[in-house]
Design a protein around this ligand. Structure first.
Ligand SMILES: Nc1nc2c(c(=O)[nH]1)N[C@H]1C(S)=C(S)[C@@H](COP(=O)(O)OP(=O)(O)OC[C@H]3O[C@@H](n4cnc5c(=O)[nH]c(N)nc54)[C@H](O)[C@@H]3O)O[C@H]1N2
Ligand SMILES: Nc1nc2c(c(=O)[nH]1)N[C@H]1C(S)=C(S)[C@@H](COP(=O)(O)OP(=O)(O)OC[C@H]3O[C@@H](n4cnc5c(=O)[nH]c(N)nc54)[C@H](O)[C@@H]3O)O[C@H]1N2
Ligand SMILES: [Mo]
Length: 760
């Protein structure tokens, strides 16, 4: 290790030359300057493929290339020239590979052919596709009950593959769909329907051009959805206010230099982003929002008393909403003491925010994991809606709610049926179209699937992408349970922990990436994906596949399903694998309100947008109105009351994609060469006699088990007292499985109650 300090305060704006340099470096490291550049130019183009980086939409998918450093890294990661072949597996036992870091594993390159775990040699050995499918079919047929299988989906999977995957599982007889969105935006899918009747965002990119104020809550767009920065830069230049709630001062939310702006690049200029930056305490968002809403209510009272125009949109509230009285009464009863203590903000900050809100005609709220990954994540989401409803900021241009999704097709996977609690209407149609009776009982989400593993009830675990054992809570305990499962199957592109921590028998099935040409019986195929703003469009690869032995995700699902029943269960899986248009025809029949004419509509430039009733002020809620939702009190309510408690947020660095770590640096936050760090307030460190740079350990406050992660370097950082941050997935061992959103079951990864002590 060098003597360079890990924390080097960074004064440069986010974006700019640093971003261009990082892109070139990512391509160079994967030795893909030429292939990679070609791929970059085709990402998010009308004829190209959907960027695997994030779910932020493109300007209508028709514009010229929109530069994005982290999209480039995600593409370089996929189009790498490095390969993992059978020779690699012949050289290394699985135990040896397990000793390697996650970073090293993924650096080995793309997987090239199907492999089976051989217990005798403790190695992965080649297996033919047909034998692999036959093995899966045999295991599934040997189960006592279909609910002994788990069908995990990570959100890169296309609509077509996801639709067939759910058909396969439901035909088998289970709704067990633990899904990455269970760990991500499930509180959006659970919280928003109560409020506005649909679990999706209501705005489009056009709305950003008309917003006078944009709230960015618990989200780090400069790293995780960098193309969103274009909207924020433009809004800021127009004079729109950007209000941020985040315990960390995320650089891109302070200043951003647009790498596409020639003048800014030449002059080292940059655009200020946030006009108000509120360093809220972890878990303090509801307190802060309630404070702002209380001030809006007070301003309205004052206006009314003075005979001035009302602050509240009383027409909207009367016509379109329900529950205002109870909501207002709760706000009036909420004490300033509670609001200020829990939010960690002072009253003048909240007054400034309320002032911006009151004077903005159109307001958008964007939010991410800082809102959802909490014990009351769904309720948090609903409070952001309350704020918008007070002034009718919903269902009109320039206003609305914008949950910023994670994986590039996580929203689409859900839309086409990856849902452990499917609606009756969907199941009815599915049964009608395919002539069977789909199971009705709700299936497992991530948390309940893990509980079933603990009870040894899981016999087959099939993962469509992802890295389950690294992404979930309580990783060591889950990994032990995973090893007991009779068969685990990973449909995957690159080697990761999930393949090494496997069941008694295990298969690794390598698939095509999005950037690659997918040729089937009827010719070249495209898949479709849905972005964060409900636009559905086609994605077709253009690079030769990493190996001739790769199958598409669709073909793999079809192969598994066909081998499970003698006659494929009466479904012509080969036809689907040969022509994806036929899959889309079925999706259109099962979901006619959304996908009628699917094949025609995806052939128009930019695709099409799924209709969002709330964006048209149609409220599919029980009351038929948008509902003000009351949040009891102001905090997480997890009954942890320890005098030395710190709240830990587990977050992403600038150089990782979820469990994939690209480097040990986090440039915008000034952290270099080490991910084993804890960002801490200086006063919290002093109170524990922790010197800057000292190695500490964190211990979770919980009664059921001891959870400790040590060897973490404490770094004095600009973060509120009582709040600390560290990287995911290194600290997942601290996150108890039972510590999740009470309604959505999303692990509360942003608010783990811990104690910090010196590592002896
Ligand atoms: N390059 C890259 N892009 C990605 C990903 C990636 O790993 N790398 N992951 C993808 C996925 S799956 C997702 S879900 C998204 C995730 O994107 P984000 O939602 O941005 O996720 P995080 O980085 O986990 O955390 C977001 C922010 O929440 C703040 N925060 C933590 N606790 C709190 C709190 O209590 N209140 C508030 N207000 N803020 C808090 C953190 O300081 C951080 O800035 O990005 C997607 N895009
Ligand atoms: N503590 C903590 N835990 C968290 C979070 C947190 O903030 N803190 N965030 C949560 C969130 S938001 C999410 S979404 C989950 C993510 O959980 P996952 O989605 O399970 O994890 P990823 O790291 O995104 O999965 C990466 C793997 O996907 C495979 N892959 C990549 N591209 C493709 C492809 O095109 N096809 C296929 N079949 N496979 C592919 C590769 O093998 C790669 O190693 O983690 C959650 N866990
Ligand atoms: Mo996510």
């Amino acid at each position: 290790m060098s003597d360079q300090p890990v924390y080097q305060p960074n004064e440069a704006p986010a974006g700019g030359w640093g971003a261009l340099g990082a892109t070139a470096k990512a391509l160079r490291e994967q030795s893909v300057m030429v292939r990679g550049t070609k791929a970059l130019l085709a990402a998010n183009q009308p004829e190209g493929f959907d960027c695997p980086g994030c779910a932020w939409p493109d300007p209508k998918h028709t514009s010229s290339f929109e530069f994005c450093e982290n999209g480039a890294k995600a593409i370089a990661w996929e189009v790498t020239d490095k390969r993992v072949t059978r020779a690699f597996f012949a050289e290394h036992t699985v135990s040896e590979l397990e000793a390697q870091s996650d970073y090293w594993l993924e650096q080995q390159g793309r997987l090239t052919e199907p492999m089976r775990y051989d217990a005798g040699s403790d190695k992965y050995v080649p297996i033919s596709w047909d034998d692999a499918f036959a093995m899966i079919g045999a295991h599934l047929r040997a189960m006592d009950h279909p609910d002994q299988a788990e069908f995990y989906v990570s959100g890169r999977t296309s609509n077509e593959a996801a639709f067939l995957f759910q058909l396969f599982a439901r035909k088998l007889g289970t709704n067990n769909f633990p899904d990455c969105s269970n760990m991500c935006h499930e509180p959006t899918s659970v919280g928003l329907p109560d409020s506005i009747g649909i679990g999706k965002g209501t705005v489009t990119l056009d709305d950003f051009e008309h917003a006078d104020a944009i709230f960015v809550i618990g989200q780090n767009p400069g790293t995780n959805s960098p193309r969103a920065m274009t909207e924020f830069v433009n809004a800021s230049k127009r004079g729109a206010h950007i209000v941020v709630f985040n315990p960390l001062k995320e650089r891109a939310l302070e200043r951003f230099a647009n790498p596409q702006n020639a003048i800014q690049m030449a002059t080292f200029g940059s655009t200020p982003i946030a006009s108000l930056y509120c360093q809220v305490r972890i878990g303090g968002d509801v307190a802060a929002l309630k404070g702002v809403m209380k001030l809006v209510l007070q301003a309205d009272d004052a206006a009314q008393a003075a005979g001035k125009p009302r602050i509240l949109d009383t027409d909207f509230i009367a016509t379109h909403t329900s529950g205002f009285e109870a909501f207002a009464a709760d706000l009036r009863a909420t004490s300033w003491d509670d609001i200020l203590t829990t939010s960690g903000l002072n009253r003048s900050q909240l007054e400034a925010v309320a002032d911006v809100y009151i004077h903005a005609k159109n307001v958008i709220v964007c939010y991410g994991m800082g809102i959802t990954q909490h014990r009351l994540g769904s309720a948090n989401v609903q409070q952001t809606v309350n704020l918008l409803l007070m002034r009718g900021n919903m269902g009109r241009p320039g206003a609305g709610i914008c949950p910023v999704r994670g994986h590039s097709n996580v929203q689409g996977d859900r839309t086409v049926g990856i849902d452990e609690k499917p609606k009756a209407e969907f199941l009815d149609k599915l049964g009608e179209v395919f002539g069977f009776a789909p199971p009705r009982a709700h299936g497992h989400n991530v948390v309940t699937a893990i509980e079933a593993m603990y009870r040894h009830e899981v016999k087959v675990f099939i993962a469509m992408g992802g890295n389950f054992v690294a992404a979930v809570p309580d990783t060591p305990i889950v990994q032990a349970a995973m090893r007991k499962i009779p068969l685990t199957v990973a449909v995957t592109t690159k080697l990761n922990r999930g393949h090494l921590v496997h069941g008694v028998e295990s298969l690794m099935l390598p698939c095509l990436g999005r950037s690659e040409i997918d040729e089937q019986a009827s010719g070249l195929q495209s898949v479709t994906v849905e972005d964060s703003m409900s636009f559905v469009h086609a994605s077709g690869g253009l690079l030769p596949p990493a190996s001739k032995d790769l199958y598409s995700e669709v073909a793999i699902v079809c192969g598994m399903a066909k081998a499970t029943w003698p006659d494929g269960g009466g479904i012509d899986w080969d036809a689907f694998a040969g022509n994806y248009d036929l899959i889309r025809d079925k999706i259109a029949l099962v979901l006619p309100k959304l996908f009628t004419d699917y094949n025609r509509k995806i052939r128009q430039p930019g695709g099409f947008q799924l209709r969002n009733p709330a964006a048209h002020r149609e409220w599919n809620t029980a009351t038929g109105k948008a509902n003000f939702m009351v949040f009891d009190g102001v905090d997480e309510d997890d009954h942890v009351d320890h005098p030395d408690m710190l709240r830990l947020a587990t977050i992403r660095s600038h150089d990782q994609y979820n469990t994939t770590v690209y480097s040990l640096n986090d440039r915008y936050r000034g952290i270099f060469g080490d991910r084993q760090v804890v960002l801490m307030n200086q006063a919290d460190m002093a109170a524990r006699n922790i010197a800057n740079g000292a190695r500490i350990r964190l211990r979770t406050i919980a009664n059921d088990a001891v959870r400790v992660v040590g060897g973490l370097k404490a770094i004095a950082y600009d973060i509120p007292r009582g709040s600390i941050a560290s990287y995911y997935p290194e600290t997942n061992a601290l996150l108890p499985l039972a510590h999740h959103d009470t309604r959505a079951f999303t692990p509360a990864a942003k608010s783990i109650p811990v104690l910090a002590e010196l590592d002896q």
